[in-house]
Ligand binder design. Structure first.
Ligand code: 5GP
Length: 119
């Protein structure tokens, strides 16, 4: 179902600590934690702490550009550390993008040789 920004998702509970996660990063703006259903030997998610309308990338507002940059910067910092051979960053957006959780998140995957095109 496509989120409308009103209903909290499971990621809000991960941010608040109500649901445990394997966290690998925590700063003022975002956290990163390991995906519960990893698609690669390394697979973690980078999410804003405050969703603030960012149910999905395509809902981004102009005043959120710095936050978007921060999320990408943190993703590559952690990606380099965890996957020295390279990594892939994915953002699924909407139904056709295979998005399932409507709280913006960057997937970072690596630890194996990735295929392209992804299908
Ligand atoms: P999406 O399909 O929305 O891009 O990706 C959502 C991701 O969140 C999936 O890869 C899924 O495995 C992950 N995920 C869903 N629920 C949880 C959870 O409770 N904990 C963690 N760590 N990951 C989750």
């Amino acid at each position: 179902t496509v989120g409308d920004g009103s209903a909290p998702t499971i990621f809000d509970k991960i941010v608040s600590g109500e649901i445990p996660s394997n966290k690998i990063h925590d700063d003022d703006l975002c956290i990163a934690f390991r995906d519960v259903n990893p698609q690669a030997p390394v697979h973690f998610l980078v999410i804003p702490k405050n969703r603030d309308g960012l149910t999905q990338l395509s809902k981004a507002r102009e005043d959120q550009k710095a936050l978007l940059g921060h999320l990408m910067y943190v993703a590559q910092e952690l990606g380099q550390k965890e996957c020295p051979g390279g990594f892939r960053i994915v953002i699924n957006d909407g139904k056709d993008g295979a998005q399932s959780v409507y709280h913006l998140h960057l997937h970072v995957m690596g630890g194996r040789s990735m295929q392209w095109p992804p299908g």
